[in-house]
Design a protein around this ligand. Structure first.
Ligand SMILES: NC(=O)c1ccc[n+]([C@@H]2O[C@H](COP(=O)([O-])OP(=O)(O)OC[C@H]3O[C@@H](n4cnc5c(N)ncnc54)[C@H](O)[C@@H]3O)[C@@H](O)[C@H]2O)c1
Ligand SMILES: O=C(O)[C@H](O)COP(=O)(O)O
Length: 527
């Protein structure tokens, strides 16, 4: 039974799903060294934002197949290191969207009406009505930085509260922003014109300290900023200084550059114009059930050998297309493996052509599958859908994807051309019915054969007696032929022979086959 380590608090709903297929160990609060020590025993790791999944932990995880982040942000996972090791990283992109947006809205209103201090004041026995005069958000301008899932939900609620909306998001079209009632502007204008600024962007090298002293200095002295996205997007020292010096009116912060927030953080000294919560954006009962189920299901699927629907490091495989593409991924992998053996291993060029109906599909997953097959002879089980592209790049394989929807020999077909130490070779394949894979051409000679474990391909002159001679040769080595097919373009010209064998070809027999008169070349292939 596979083993799953759960190293952050996860809702029981997720544990129950995992327990059906794995031994689940919940062990929270581990140090990095403790994790490095125990991770070699585990096939999967399930986390929230509390566990820093470093390169050292990933490298120690020799059985690890998947890291599941029960939430959105994967900035606490060294994703490149996981990709390199072929470990799929999944998250729950939508499970806590509403929770995070509602928390940001709550932070905006709390800060505007001094709710945290008023609450503390009443609980301490006071009745200070004049001390807590707030401001309204109605008719104020809200600047949303990052108009993705959470930013969009905030926009809808803010619009309903009568706010005017600006948005900065270089990856969103003006039309989309308009649909959400936002005017898309540059960051500087947003900082200058907004009364409230709310951040909903990922933490990346580009967004680290995006909101620094200079950017804060553009804000109105009456403006307030909310960060329920990620710590580190705002420079905390600069923020504390801007509020203390009256350059801006206040801030509401849920996330910090270092979590838990250090005891001596400058943010703790700002006083009443800042509202701080301990990373509670996703902490609702509903969101925790959503993310736990979402990620546990993906871990379960990957442990069962099925694809994950929200993998962050498998390029371009979208959940709704996985089912439809599955037989073509298998076809691409088989053809990649076949063409690499025909081309003699060390391939330096691969062209993947999607033909017919397949040409209208996402190409990237098919290309990745072809690369996985291509590299499988060299890397065996070390190559998978996660690291195939990186491994190919590192080996200097030039990969070109082309499409030709006009080729209609089959509903959809795939043509691979590879150049390696044995020259350039091509193979084509198609899927018949639901999932039957066929090799439909080899070096542009038409055939129609199902791939099998042990195969022999020959290039020969189409002349009488040659098939018999090959059959006798194989017979003399006690190799049984399961099926045989010849493909030719013209009578008595060149032809290919494709034989499926029940046994692997013994050492030395290929050299004998090549000696048969009329045989130009012969290749053994193990799929
Ligand atoms: N506080 C919490 O507990 C909590 C909960 C959930 C999510 N989050 C965080 O909220 C953030 C947003 O999550 P989401 O689900 O809306 O993500 P999302 O991917 O749907 O949206 C992010 C948006 O940011 C935009 N963006 C990326 N780089 C940008 C840049 N440099 N400048 C401006 N815009 C940029 C993207 O185009 C996208 O539209 C993430 O950082 C996530 O980790 C925090
Ligand atoms: O990115 C997220 O999903 C949030 O930051 C939530 O983090 P958490 O799971 O640790 O609450």
């Amino acid at each position: 039974m596979p083993k799953v380590l759960v190293s952050d608090p996860i809702d029981q709903a997720g544990i129950d799903i995992l327990s059906q297929v794995a031994q689940v160990d919940v062990n929270t609060g581990l140090s990095a060294a403790e994790l490095v020590a125990i991770i070699p025993d585990y096939d999967a790791l399930m986390i929230r934002s509390g566990t820093q999944v470093t390169k050292e932990i990933i490298e120690a995880g020799n059985l690890l197949k998947i890291i599941g982040r029960a939430g959105v942000g994967v900035d606490n996972v060294d994703v490149p290191a996981a990709t390199r090791k072929g470990i799929v990283v999944v998250n729950s992109p939508e499970g806590n969207t509403i929770a995070a947006a509602e928390h940001a809205i709550a932070m905006m209103l709390s800060m505007s009406r001094h709710i945290p201090e008023a609450n503390a004041s009443v609980k301490s026995g006071k009745w200070e009505r004049n001390r807590f005069i707030g401001v309204e958000v109605y008719k104020k301008t809200l600047g949303i930085v990052g108009l993705g899932k959470i930013g969009s939900h905030f926009a809808a609620a803010a619009k309903a509260m009568g706010m005017k909306l600006l948005a900065y998001d270089p990856f969103i079209s003006a039309e989309r922003a308009e649909q959400l009632g936002c005017r898309l502007v540059e960051l500087e204008l947003l900082m200058r014109e907004s009364d409230y600024i709310t951040l909903h962007i990922p933490k990346t090298p580009e967004t680290l300290h995006l909101i620094n002293a200079e950017v804060l200095s553009k804000m109105k002295p009456t403006a307030r900023i909310i960060n329920c996205a990620r710590g580190g997007i705002i420079d905390e020292a600069a923020l504390a200084e801007a509020i203390k010096s009256g350059k801006i009116a206040g801030a509401a912060i849920d996330v910090y550059e270092h979590e838990p927030l250090e005891a001596d953080s400058p943010l703790r000294t700002v006083g009443q114009n800042i509202v701080l919560t301990p990373h509670l954006g996703a902490s609702t009962a509903e969101a925790q059930v959503n993310v736990a189920i979402d990620v546990a299901e993906q871990i379960r699927d990957v442990l069962l050998g099925l694809p994950a629907r929200s993998a962050v490091n498998i390029p371009g495989i979208f959940p709704d297309s996985i089912e439809k593409l599955k037989p073509y991924l298998q076809l691409a992998e088989t053809l990649g493996n076949l063409v690499s053996q025909l081309a003699g291993g060390r391939v330096d060029y691969l062209n993947v052509q999607l033909q017919g109906e397949l040409a209208t599909n996402q190409g990237q997953p098919v290309v990745v599958a072809a690369l996985k097959g291509l590299l499988s002879q060299a890397l065996r089980e070390r190559v998978n859908y996660v690291n195939a592209s990186i491994e190919a790049k590192e080996r200097g394989i030039r990969v070109v994807e082309t499409r030709d929807a006009s080729i209609r020999d089959y509903t959809g077909s795939l043509h691979l051309r590879a150049k390696g130490t044995l020259g350039e070779h091509t193979v084509t394949g198609a899927v018949l019915g639901e999932s039957e894979i066929r090799i439909t051409s080899v070096d542009d000679f038409p055939v129609n054969v199902a791939p099998t474990h042990h195969m022999l391909f020959t290039l020969h002159r189409d002349m009488p007696g040659i098939i018999g001679r090959i059959g006798s040769q194989l017979g003399s080595f006690n190799v049984n032929i399961a099926s045989m097919q010849v493909g030719r373009k013209i009578v008595r010209g060149d032809a290919v022979m494709v034989l499926s064998l029940d046994d692997p070809l013994p050492e030395g027999i290929l050299a004998e086959i090549i000696k048969v008169p009329g045989i130009r070349d012969a290749y053994t292939v193990n799929l």
